[in-house]
Design a binder for this molecule. Structure first.
Ligand code: HEM
Length: 476
């Protein structure tokens, strides 16, 4: 009895120490220290980190970040890309700082956020979702179950992001075999995130010699660079040929209409050369594969556990869209408040990125403590989102809390899935559209029944399920 208790305590402590359980270690800091924790680390170098667990402090920080919000870069990525200036004229908007970041963000983000570009992808995302539904059908076992939902949503997510960023289908949803490029990208993006977790949060041995994780990162980065480069060059050649040949007839959603194709629009933008676009496309791929895939997997899991909510969502979808064969369009998307609330609630319970990080240009007073300028501050909204001080019955999946008057009880800086302000996620609207269309069509087609005993989480750079998500699909 005593031994088993001791082993439980030990295993909990070791779990918290583990690199893949950092989210639990951060929760434990909040339990122990309350709304703020200023931590001095002495090894391998002396540094201070501040953890903030209070939405009012988070609001203060985000309002104080100025014109050039400073989110610390992934240093290993900066080191690697800076060593190859011909290949990487930029280290990418996710890692640049100051006015260099600002001028690149000004060129790139408006294209990714423009409704003209976004809407042109709706028909393609509908087709990809239909293919995903067929693919799911082939993945079911004899009892109608999918044994590992995340590997399926990975395929969907990669196929979608490749269509958006590389202007190509990769065949990841083929019921026979994904294309070679598809397989390479899936493998590379998994390895990339695995190495990120160790390189970003572990001891920085990579600064002194190429550790196995650093080598894994470089190999994955090269793979993504090579595959995506091929499609960027193809788009560039098409643009050159288009210039030489006369215009062809274009319909509203024709991605050969260059003004509606993200990649070609980037390539035609003054100030963005071929290699900058190549880096940007890579960063979009990396930013968008695992985040969207895991978010979709979590949302489908929550719906599969909460049958009444799933039914209520189904009713909304039937009323607004009809059935799974109808293409989801802009008008439908503007009339689906319950679907949007379900996604928000899924983000609250299982947000894939539970912290934002900022370094402020000036000192700031937070929860009665003065934090000097230049100190990294972790805005730990993932903890806030699961705390009863801020959310009633926090463990319950209840989309209604995001609707009508109930929403007013929620502090606006408590859920920051995509960040906030002028450094927020450039792919937010694209991701939401992907997630809405996929969820809508799947729920219209299938009733989802969970076969996952308990959802466990781990941090693999982003938060992902630790155990396999098993789900049964019953045709409606
Ligand atoms: C569910 C999916 C996604 C989530 C949860 C997510 C979340 C985030 C978060 C939290 C940030 C940091 C924001 C901040 O510091 O304020 C970020 C940055 C970024 N994301 Fe996403 N993201 C997602 C999908 C995507 C996609 C699909 C793309 C590209 C198509 C993308 C591109 C970017 C870029 C370029 C940045 C850096 C922006 C900058 O530094 O200016 N993300 N994302």
């Amino acid at each position: 009895m005593i031994i088993s208790k001791l082993s439980q305590v030990l295993s909990k402590s070791f779990n918290r120490l583990s690199l893949f359980k950092l989210h639990e270690a951060i929760e434990a800091k909040h339990d122990k220290y309350g709304s703020i924790r200023v931590e001095e680390k002495y090894w391998p170098v002396r540094r201070t980190i501040v953890y903030v667990f209070n939405p009012s402090d988070i609001e203060k920080i985000l309002r104080a970040q100025g014109k050039f919000p400073y989110r610390p870069a992934n240093e290993f990525l900066v080191k690697y890309r800076s060593s190859l200036p011909d290949r990487y004229p930029t280290i990418g908007i996710g890692n640049l700082q100051g006015d260099k970041w600002f001028s690149q963000r000004q060129l790139i983000a408006p294209i990714l956020l423009s409704s003209g570009v976004l809407n042109s992808y709706l028909p393609h995302l509908n087709v990809i979702t239909d293919d995903f539904i067929t693919y799911l059908g082939f993945q079911q076992n004899q009892q109608g179950s999918i044994n590992d939902l995340l590997t399926c949503t990975d395929q969907f997510s990669l196929e979608s992001i490749a269509m958006i960023c590389l202007n190509t289908r990769l065949g990841c949803l083929s019921t026979i075999e994904p294309s070679e490029d598809g397989k390479r990208l899936i493998r590379a993006s998994k390895n990339l995130f695995k190495s990120f977790q160790i390189l970003y949060h572990g001891i920085q041995w990579w600064k002194f010699w190429p550790t196995p994780s650093y080598k894994m990162f470089v190999a994955a980065e090269e793979e993504i660079y090579n595959v995506s480069g091929k499609y960027v060059d193809r788009a560039l050649n098409e643009l050159k040929n288009d210039d030489q040949n006369s215009c062809h007839e274009k319909d509203d959603y024709d991605l050969n209409d260059d003004s509606k194709c993200l990649l070609k629009t980037l390539l035609k933008t003054k100030g963005l050369d071929r290699n900058t676009v190549r880096t940007t496309a890579m960063d979009f791929m990396v930013g968008g594969i695992n985040t969207v895939s895991t978010s979709l997997c979590f949302l489908l899991h929550h719906l599969s556990v909460n049958h009444e909510i799933q039914e209520k969502l189904f009713q909304e979808l039937v009323q607004v869209i009809g059935n799974s064969q109808v293409d989801v369009n802009e008008t439908h998307l503007s009339r689906l408040p319950y679907l949007k609330a379900c996604l928000k609630e899924s983000f609250r319970l299982t947000t894939v990125i539970p912290n934002l990080v900022r370094i402020l240009p000036d000192s700031i007073s937070l929860s009665g403590q003065t934090i000097p300028a230049g100190v990294p501050i972790m805005l730990s909204f993932g903890v806030i989102c699961k705390h009863p001080d801020y959310f009633d019955e926090p463990e319950t999946f209840r989309p209604e809390r995001w609707l009508g008057d109930a929403r007013r009880a929620i502090h606006p800086f408590s859920l920051l899935t995509f960040g906030l302000g002028n450094r927020m996620c450039a792919g937010r609207r694209m991701s939401e559209i992907e997630l809405y269309i996929a969820t809508a069509k799947i729920i219209l087609k299938y009733k989802l029944l969970s076969e996952t005993p308990k959802l466990l989480l781990k941090q693999d750079f982003i938060i992902i399920p630790e155990n396999q998500i098993k789900i049964r699909l019953e045709p409606r």
